[in-house]
Design a protein around this ligand. Structure first.
Ligand code: ADP
Ligand code: ZN
Length: 645
C-alpha cells in the first residue's frame, strides 16, 4: 500500500516525500480506516484525502466525496486536481441544469475520482439517493470532511449544515471517513468527535507550530499609520490580508492604503456578492494584492504566498487569531503575523460578549477564551510557546544560550532579560527577537485602583480613564477643580509615571479583569472582585514596558533581511531573468485556464526551474511540484521559455 501511495505522491503531485504525519494518515485511510486529522494550515491536509481517494479509485473502490463548506473555492481546488491529471469535479449551485445532469450521470457510473460538494447539497434526498446507488454497488470509496470544526459551535465558523453530516455514518456505516481541521483546542476537538461520531476514528494530531510565521503584537497608537509603516517597511509589493472589526473600518483602511499607493481591496459582507467575488478573484489571481477584510474573508483561501496577515483589531479568541494568521505563508517561506492591540480592543470585545443574546454558560466560555488571547497580547515571553500551549502543545525546548534570568527588581525597572521566564524561546516572535523590558507595576496598579475607588467614594459616580490619570499625575484640570478632586488623597502621587505607562497599567488591569470599563456609562472605570488582591498588595503586577517608553529602545525589531530569503531571491541575474519570464508565462496560462497562478506552479517550483537552467526534459525531472501531468502539459513550453529568457 505504502508503495502505491508514495508513487501517487511523486507521479501525480511531483513531491519527493510525505510531510510529517501525511504518510501514516494516507496509509490508514487508504486501508479503510476512519481518521480525525488535526494539522495546521499549510500542513498539507489536502493530500491526506486526495491520495487515498486516488489509490482507492484505482483499486476499484469508486468515488470519494469531499465535503467542503465554501463553494467559491471548489472551482480552484478541482482546477488544481485537473492540472495534476486527477479526475475531479464539484457539485454546487453554480452549475446549471445540464451540467448537473451530466455530472450526476458520471457519478452514477462512478466515473469520477473525487467529488466536492457543500454539506447542504450532500444531505439533500436527491443526492443521498445517488450515494445509495453507489454504495449498493460498492462504488462509494470514502468521505472526506474538510474544515470539520464547522460542526462545532465552539469553533469560530459554526455551520449548522455540518450537523446533518451524521447521516454519512448512519447511512453508510462501512465507508471510511476522514475529518480534517486546522482548529484544535480540546473543546472543539471533543465536539467534532461527538458530533460526527468519530469515536472510533484514529486521531492524528500534528504539531501546530508554524515556524515560518513571525508573530508580533504591538501597542496600538495610530493603528493605520503603524500598519502603513509595517507594510511599507517589510512587505512592499507583497500579498497580504488586513483584518478589521467593522465594515466601515475596512472601507477606510482600504482607502488609506490605496492613497499610499498600495494595491488594497476591501472585502466585507456588506459589499455586493459580485464585488466580493471580484475582489477575491483578484486577490487569488493577481500578485501583491492586500485584502482589507472582516473575518468574512479567508476561510479556505489556499493562496500559498500570502506574506503577511495583519490585525488592526483584536479577534475574539486565540482560535480565531491562529486560524487567521495561519493564512500567511502556507508555502513555508517567511511570513508575518502582526497585530496592533489597545485598551479599546479589550473594552469592545468584553462588551460584545456581554451584549450578545447568548446564554450565560456560553458567555462564560467566550470570556475565558478572550482572556487567553489578552494574556497572549500582554505576554512578555515567547508568543509561540503560549500559542502552542493553548492548543495543548509543549513547544520543543531549545536551550537558550546566555539567559539572563534574574527576575524584576523589587521596584521600578528591571534589567532587560531574555523572553520566556522558563527560558524557552522560538527566536521568531517579537518577544524573543527583542525582549520587552518588564517592570514591576504593582505600585502603580495600586495607586490607580485606589484612585478609582476614592473618586467614586467621594463623588458617588465613576470616571473615565483620562480623568483618573489626571488625578494620579496631579494635573489640575477644569474637571478636577469642578469635582474638587485635588482633595483626593492619591492626587499627584503618580506624578513620576508617564501617561504611556499609566495607560499600559490600566490596559493590563482591564485585561486581567482587575478593572471593569462600563461601556454603558461613558466607559467609566470600576473596581471588580479582581481588584482586591492587588489593592491589598497580595498580588504582584508584572508589566511590559510601554513600547514608547525610552527604556525599551534597544534592539531594533529585526526585519526581513535577517531571514533566509525566499528561493527566488537567491537566483543570479540570469536565473532572475528566467524566473521573470516563467512568471509571465504562468500568468498567461493561468488566465487561459481561469485559475490562480499558483495552481499552475508555485513560485518555489518556478524558482527551482529557473535555477536549473534546463535544456532538456530530463533536466526538469525531480523538481518539486512537477508531476507527470504537468510535465506532459508544460514541459516543452517551460524549456522554450527558459531558452528565450
Ligand atoms: P492545508 O490544507 O493543510 O492548509 P494544503 O493541503 O493546502 O495545506 O498544503 C499546503 C501546501 O503544501 C500546498 O501548496 C501543497 O501543495 C504543499 N504540500 C503538501 N504536501 C506536500 C509534500 N509532501 N511535499 C511538498 N509540498 C507539499
Ligand atoms: Zn518566541
Amino acid at each position: 500500500m505504502s508503495e502505491a501511495t508514495a508513487s501517487i505522491l511523486q507521479q501525480t503531485f511531483g513531491y519527493a516525500q510525505f510531510r510529517g504525519a501525511q504518510q501514516a494518515i494516507v496509509d490508514h485511510v487508504t486501508g479503510g480506516g476512519d481518521a480525525l486529522v488535526l494539522m495546521p494550515t499549510g500542513g498539507g491536509k489536502s493530500l491526506c484525502y486526495q491520495i487515498p481517494a486516488i489509490a482507492r479509485q484505482r483499486a476499484g473502490q469508486g468515488v470519494a466525496i469531499v465535503v467542503s463548506p465554501l463553494i467559491a473555492l471548489m472551482h480552484d481546488q478541482v482546477g488544481a486536481l485537473h492540472e495534476a491529471g486527477v479526475d475531479a469535479a464539484f457539485l454546487n449551485s453554480t452549475l446549471d441544469w445540464a451540467a448537473t445532469q451530466n455530472l450526476e450521470r458520471r457519478l452514477a457510473r462512478a466515473d469520477i475520482t473525487l467529488l466536492y460538494a457543500a454539506p447542504e447539497r450532500l444531505t439533500t434526498p436527491r443526492f443521498l439517493e445517488l450515494l445509495d446507488g453507489l454504495a449498493a454497488r460498492g462504488q462509494l470509496s470514502m468521505f472526506a470532511i474538510d474544515e470539520a470544526h464547522c460542526v462545532s459551535q465552539w469553533g469560530h465558523d459554526f455551520r449548522p449544515e455540518y450537523r446533518a453530516l451524521t447521516v454519512l455514518h448512519e447511512r453508510y456505516a462501512g465507508v471510511p471517513r476522514i475529518a480534517l481541521t486546522a482548529t484544535a483546542d480540546a473543546l472543539t476537538r471533543a465536539d467534532i468527535v461527538e458530533r460526527l461520531q468519530l469515536e472510533d476514528a484514529r486521531q492524528f494530531v500534528s504539531s501546530f507550530d508554524r515556524p515560518n510565521i513571525r508573530y508580533a503584537i504591538v501597542e496600538k497608537k495610530e493603528a493605520v499609520t503603524q500598519l502603513l509603516r509595517f507594510i511599507e517597511g517589510e512587505h512592499a509589493g507583497d500579498a497580504g490580508v488586513v483584518y478589521c472589526q467593522s465594515r466601515k473600518r475596512v472601507e477606510e483602511v482600504a482607502q488609506t492604503l490605496q492613497n499610499a499607493g498600495i494595491r488594497a481591496l476591501p472585502y466585507h459582507a456588506g459589499l455586493d456578492a459580485s464585488v466580493r467575488q471580484l475582489h477575491q478573484d483578484r486577490f487569488l489571481r493577481e500578485e501583491g494584492i492586500v485584502m482589507v477584510a472582516t473575518i468574512a474573508f479567508g476561510m479556505g483561501i489556499d493562496k500559498p504566498d500570502v506574506r503577511f496577515v495583519a490585525h488592526l483589531d483584536m479577534p475574539k479568541n486565540i482560535e480565531g487569531y491562529y486560524q487567521e494568521t495561519g493564512r500567511a505563508g502556507r508555502d513555508g517561506e517567511p511570513a508575518d503575523a502582526w497585530m496592533a492591540y489597545g485598551l479599546q480592543d479589550v473594552v469592545n470585545q468584553r462588551r460584545m460578549i456581554d451584549e450578545s443574546p447568548a446564554g450565560e454558560e456560553f458567555k462564560q466560555v467566550m470570556r475565558g477564551k478572550l482572556d487567553a488571547l489578552l494574556a497572549l497580547a500582554e505576554a512578555t515571553d515567547c508568543r509561540r510557546v503560549r500559542l502552542l500551549k493553548y492548543f495543548g502543545e509543549d513547544y520543543q525546548r531549545r536551550p537558550a544560550a546566555g539567559l539572563a534570568q534574574g527576575g524584576p527588581a523589587p521596584s521600578g525597572r528591571s534589567e532587560p532579560r531574555e523572553a520566556g521566564s522558563v527560558g524557552v524561546t522560538c527566536g521568531n516572535c517579537d518577544n524573543c527577537l527583542s525582549p520587552p523590558d518588564v517592570w514591576d507595576g504593582t505600585d502603580a496598579a495600586r495607586k490607580l485602583l485606589s484612585t478609582i475607588y476614592r473618586v467614586q467614594q467621594m463623588s458617588g459616580i465613576s470616571f473615565g480613564t483620562g480623568h483618573v490619570m489626571d488625578i494620579l499625575r496631579g494635573k489640575v484640570t477644569d474637571k478636577v477643580r469642578q469635582f474638587g478632586h485635588e482633595q483626593v488623597s492619591t492626587f499627584g502621587i503618580g506624578a513620576e509615571l508617564s501617561e504611556a505607562q499609566l495607560r499600559g497599567v490600566l490596559r493590563q488591569l482591564v485585561a486581567i479583569g482587575a478593572v471593569a470599563v462600563d461601556a454603558a456609562a461613558f466607559n467609566t472605570l470600576k473596581l471588580t472582585d479582581g481588584s482586591r488582591a492587588i489593592l491589598k498588595g497580595e498580588q504582584a503586577v508584572q508589566l511590559r514596558e510601554s513600547v514608547s517608553a525610552p527604556a525599551s529602545r534597544k534592539t531594533r525589531q529585526k526585519t526581513r533581511s535577517d531571514r533566509v530569503p525566499p528561493a527566488a531571491a537567491q537566483l543570479d541575474a540570469e536565473g532572475q531573468a528566467r524566473f521573470a519570464a516563467l512568471k509571465a508565462w504562468r500568468a498567461e496560462v493561468a488566465r487561459e485556464h481561469n485559475l490562480p497562478a499558483y495552481v499552475i506552479f508555485h513560485d518555489a517550483t518556478l524558482a527551482a526551474i529557473a535555477a536549473r537552467a534546463p535544456q532538456t526534459q530530463e533536466d526538469l525531472q525531480g523538481i518539486s511540484g512537477m508531476g507527470a501531468s504537468k510535465m506532459d502539459k508544460y514541459g516543452e513550453e517551460v524549456l522554450r521559455v527558459c531558452a528565450g529568457a
